[in-house]
Design a protein around this ligand. Structure first.
Ligand code: GGG
Length: 349
């Protein structure tokens, strides 16, 4: 039995978290799911995103966190989202942001002649450094002399551990190619990425290691996605490339992710945000959250339930028993019903 913290968050996050709960009740009822109401509503009432000490509670008492999404225009600068989500990623030192980009149905490919066989790669996004820190600021704001500075952090430890994780995963999963994307031709500090990538790659002679500049890999992902199995990159470039990855696989509605550190409590979340334009209308695609739930089950050691859930989601997408963004006609809840139906009936494809 695992203890799972469920943090729905805001908007679409609340809707998809409810669907994940329904699926977990059916697929893995042995696990204990405890809900936390961290999000905009609570922040607006209390001024606090997460109570002090909560990160330690998650680290010590929980096996996983399943997260929906945060984002609400009522909160200035989305301060609560940073406090909660970045607080958890950084506070739990979840240095791997693992984002699979796998096309579930040829019909959803935006690329001519590229289908399921060609679009199937994973991105290891560095998750605790890079541009995502509070170092920098604005000087002489609102004047003609205004200066805005943002620093990027790349530590030897941080760069090495994400590249190590990418190669280790590639080896464990029988992958033959690892690509690394940086911008070392323009950003001198990225030479650390090039050097570290070469050093780590030397320990994996059976895996082809290829270095790309981030602009080149963005182009190649569209031109020849089949060249890619595993991509490792910085926090910011990973953020951008995985939106491209989501677009290659049917959009944000199907993009799952995991935030990992083998020595901490992992956090699982769909790539999408709170989607305020469609939230609360039973329109949000639950697939990203359900595929995220599958990643969580796999991490908890439930390989068979994880696989069944992935297959059930894929089957609904192929049968077009899904939401409008994927060409279906169903609502969030009804699309989840179709997944639940397929979890109960393996003949239903
Ligand atoms: N699950 C990812 C997530 O919640 N990200 C935060 C985010 O993108 N917030 C902005 C928004 O939801 O619009």
């Amino acid at each position: 039995m695992a203890k799972i913290a469920l943090i729905p968050g805001d908007g679409a996050g609340i809707e998809v978290a409810e669907q994940a709960r329904r699926v977990l009740e059916k697929l893995a009822p042995q696990h204990q799911v405890v809900s936390f109401d961290y999000g905009a509503e609570r922040y607006l009432k209390t001024g606090v995103g997460m109570p002090p000490g909560q990160i330690e509670v998650f680290r010590e008492e929980f096996d996983a966190i399943l997260f929906g999404a945060v984002g609400d225009a009522r909160v200035k600068d989305n301060a609560h989202a940073r406090e909660i989500l970045l607080g958890l990623r950084f506070g739990l030192d979840l240095y791997v942001n693992f984002r699979p980009c796998r096309l579930l149905d040829d019909r959803l490919s935006p690329l001519k002649g590229k289908g399921k066989k060609e679009i199937d790669f994973v991105v290891f996004r560095e998750n605790t450094e890079g541009m995502y820190n509070a170092i920098g600021g604005v000087f002489k704001k609102g004047t003609p002399d205004e200066v805005a500075v943002a620093e990027e952090i790349n530590t030897r430890k941080g760069v090495k551990r994400i590249i190590d994780a990418a190669f280790a995963w590639a080896k464990k999963n029988g992958k033959k190619r690892v690509a690394m994307a940086d911008k070392s031709n323009a950003i001198g500090a990225h030479e650390l990425w090039v050097r570290t990538f070469r050093e780590v790659a030397a320990g994996y002679p059976e895996i082809a290691a290829k270095h790309y500049y981030v602009d080149a890999i963005a182009m190649q992902l569209v031109v020849k996605p089949e060249d890619f199995e595993v991509i490792v990159t910085t926090n910011l470039f990973g953020d951008i490339l995985t939106d491209l990855g989501a677009a290659l696989t049917g959009g944000m509605g199907v993009a799952p992710s995991a935030n990992l550190n083998p020595e901490s409590t992992p956090l699982f979340e769909p790539v999408h945000g709170s989607a305020p334009d469609i939230a609360g209308k039973n329109l949000v695609n639950p697939c990203a959250m359900l595929l995220t739930t599958a990643l969580m089950l796999r991490e908890l050691g439930d390989e068979q339930p994880a696989l069944r859930l992935e297959q059930a989601v894929e089957a609904t997408v192929q049968a077009q028993k899904t939401t409008r963004d994927l060409g279906g006609t169903l609502g969030t809840r009804e699309a989840t019903d179709e997944v639940l139906l397929r979890l109960g009936n393996t003949d239903l494809r």
